[in-house]
Design a protein around this ligand. Sequence first.
Ligand SMILES: Nc1ncnc2c1ncn2[C@@H]1O[C@H](COP(=O)(O)OP(=O)(O)O)[C@@H](O)[C@H]1O
Ligand SMILES: [Mg+2]
Length: 250
Amino acid sequence: MAEVFVESLSIEQGLISDGDRDGWPFTVPCVAALARDGLDLRRPLTFLVGENGSGKSTLVEGIAEAFGLDARGGRAGRKYVNAREKTPLGKVMRLGLTREGARMQGGPRTRRRGYFLRAETTFGFAEVVSGLPGYWAEDLSAVSHGEGFAVIFRSMFREPGLYLMDEPEAALSFGSCLQLVALMHDLARGGGQVICATHSPILAATPDADIIEVGDFGLRRARWDELGIVDHWRRYLSEPAAYLRHLIDP
Ligand SMILES: Nc1ncnc2c1ncn2[C@@H]1O[C@H](COP(=O)(O)OP(=O)(O)O)[C@@H](O)[C@H]1O
Ligand SMILES: [Mg+2]
């Protein structure tokens, strides 16, 4: 396997208080599955694929915090990240680190490399940090969302590090999604590790990725062509009316 930083995820059961155990997020099926079985990350590129509400963001935020990235998003190595209270999952998430991962996480903050891209909050955040040291020079309030993402991708996703993304497809056209596929593939091949929550069948088709489906069943490893979203998109594109007749009165 190419070098990655995080090779497994688990939950430190002893740290969950009795009061928390029966509430969010431990009742979300994917979090319960992680608590029970843990999860191996077998490749430099992992997709967490599932419907809205399946728990993808909850998982990615927990991973971010466990690695020392801010759950609100942004670059690794920033100051004050550890001063904020973590999410309930971030507090108990344990990462199995490779030697390289342990070196990066245990070393000085400024040696940490990576980025947490949250599509939901990226724009307010990105406009504020444009021009600040360590970010990009372009003024993102003056470009389209798709172009803004391209700036972030080009300037932030360059060196080996841990890259977390939460539905990065949200603002992207078909063509921009394809560019992101190429970029994630390059990043993974160049020594980076990418963990990406998505419901885009385009992104999930990136070659050589490990795909984990997230849903009521918890977590399961899947092939791209077995994914629920791929089946739905295929059927919708070939006959939209078959779906829409259930939703729209003639
Ligand atoms: N801060 C929170 N407090 C309580 N419930 C939450 C919180 N954040 C998310 N949830 C719930 O947890 C579940 C998973 O949410 P989320 O991780 O955002 O899903 P996804 O990212 O897959 O759409 C949903 O049922 C959501 O309503
Ligand atoms: Mg989400």
